[in-house]
Design a protein around this ligand. Structure first.
Ligand SMILES: Cc1cc2nc3c(=O)[nH]c(=O)nc-3n(C[C@H](O)[C@H](O)[C@H](O)COP(=O)(O)OP(=O)(O)OC[C@H]3O[C@@H](n4cnc5c(N)ncnc54)[C@H](O)[C@@H]3O)c2cc1C
Length: 433
């Protein structure tokens, strides 16, 4: 079986761009053409219409994690116990939510400004559980969400089944007013297709090293060429170490997902003609599930600590896991009903916070979007461009103040610790996969 992202297959590809060759010069170089890099390119082009801005990607642009994710636009995270109103972590949760809400608004503005058709649904989504014990402190969570400006409602039993068309979930908090869903490949392709003329894109251009040229310029080396720029923005997400930045405090995770065929009219009627929805688990390794506007079911229920791509035979094993997850919710679905299975990499941190920094003179970088890079990547792209351009704002200050990804042990302790932690989390999530 092949690793084919269903979202990309549906969105289609943009025209191919050349790979970098020879020696190029630019005012600004952006490495990584995902949501973050593309939004940085748009912002720089708006700020500096006369400048030469170059963006490069080691594969096709807009086809990495930014196209392969589950499409949740996160404005309000599910609060942890420590973050509940009245507890010590609430102040931080409030600041993080203000950032996420700004990020979610930034997505809306990008969609409107560039006229991006990406099945955007501004209708919130659910934090839902099969085991009610995995959704605790419900009243306090509703109050906390309310206090930070979300609309939140508790649902259970038949009422929840009528919303989702499956009796699998026993309890949920629906959360709206900023939380939304979109088709990720269409969104990031829209950002790519709207790049203005003063942004040049090179695809299939793997940056292998950054070198300093005196005090004022940086040279990025690719296999068949080099590019010299005054300022470099590193937007590599899970692959940040490829630029030589080793101390970001972030680590890569590989996730896998499947998308079914569209449900038949009969199946859809049996589910009760429900509206499209999205469900996030309250456990880090629980399943993310969506019913899409074209009535397909998407499930993402594996996450592993790794940077390299799964082989096709390993993906086949993950797909069997997807089938089990699908059948727990929709017992009639089989492996034959899956149209696409794929993997993608996200950049995680121990604290859940990002790495967002001026690395050295002329070099700026961001990583560690954890599971909310659709909205946050959109905002960070702009803010990283502003940081590099010397523009300051309270929002940028707030993002930089929160950007503390936490300490990571050196390898091999990191590898061992991460693997053990993932096993514990997998056990904790076993009712929710
Ligand atoms: C399966 C899955 C589900 C997810 N679900 C959600 C979700 O529902 N909501 C949410 O908000 N987030 C989600 N995420 C996270 C989200 O996808 C990321 O946070 C977001 O896409 C990060 O965007 P980015 O532009 O920073 O990185 P990316 O999209 O990863 O872009 C980085 C780019 O850098 C390129 N690159 C790598 N190395 C080099 C190099 N050496 N030279 C040049 N280019 C290079 C890559 O090819 C890639 O295109 C999910 C992630 C995955 C994998």
């Amino acid at each position: 079986m092949e690793n084919v992202c269903g979202w990309i297959a549906q969105a289609g590809s943009s025209p191919v761009h050349d790979r970098l060759s020879g020696t190029q010069k630019a005012d600004w170089l952006i490495i990584g053409a995902g949501i973050t890099g593309l939004c940085a390119a748009h912002s720089l082009a708006e700020m500096h219409p006369q400048a030469r801005i170059v963006i490069v990607d080691r594969q096709r642009a807009a086809q990495g994690a930014s196209a392969r994710n589950s499409g949740f636009v996160v404005a309000h995270e599910h609060p942890t116990t420590d973050e509940l109103l009245g507890n010590q972590g609430f102040a931080g949760y409030e600041v993080d939510t203000a950032i996420s809400r700004a990020a979610s608004n930034e997505v809306r503005q990008r969609i409107a400004r560039h006229g991006i058709e990406c099945d955007f649904r501004d209708a919130g989504y659910f934090f839902a559980v099969n085991d009610p014990a995995k959704l605790t402190h419900v009243e306090a969570k509703l109050q906390t969400l309310d206090a930070v400006g979300a609309s939140a409602r508790f649902l259970e039993g038949e009422q929840l089944k009528q919303k989702l068309g499956t009796g699998h979930y026993q309890a949920a908090i629906w959360c709206g007013n900023g939380n939304a869903l979109l088709q990720p490949a269409k969104y990031v392709k829209g950002l790519l297709d709207a790049l203005p003329p003063n942004v040049s894109l090179y695809e299939n251009t793997d940056i292998t090293a950054l070198e300093r040229l005196g005090t004022a310029r940086v040279r990025a080396r690719a296999v068949e060429g080099v590019i010299e720029a005054n300022k470099v923005l590193v937007c590599l997400n899970a692959f940040i170490t490829r630029s030589g930045i080793e101390n970001s405090g972030t680590f890569p995770m590989e996730l896998s997902a499947s998308l079914t065929r569209p449900l038949t009219e009969q199946e859809f009627q049996a589910m009760g003609n429900v509206e499209p929805w999205g469900v996030l688990s309250t456990r880090p390794l629980g399943a993310t599930v969506r019913l899409t506007p074209d009535r397909r079911v998407m499930i993402r229920n594996t996450a592993e600590y790794r940077a390299r791509d799964l082989s096709n035979s390993d993906l086949l094993i993950r797909r069997k896991h997807h089938v089990l997850g699908l059948q727990r919710r929709f017992p009639w679905l089989t492996e034959q009903d899956i149209d696409y299975s794929w993997t993608g990499h996200l950049s995680a941190s121990r604290s859940g916070q990002a790495y967002f920094a001026k690395v050295e003179e002329g070099v700026f970088a961001v990583a560690g979007c954890n599971g909310s890079g659709v909205a946050r990547g959109t905002l960070w792209g702009r803010l990283l461009a502003e940081l590099a351009a010397g523009t300051r704002s309270p929002l940028l200050a707030s993002v930089m103040q929160r950007a503390q990804p936490g300490w990571l042990p050196p390898k091999p302790f990191l590898d061992i610790g991460a693997m053990l932690r993932m096993r514990v989390e997998a056990v904790r999530a076993r009712t929710e996969i």
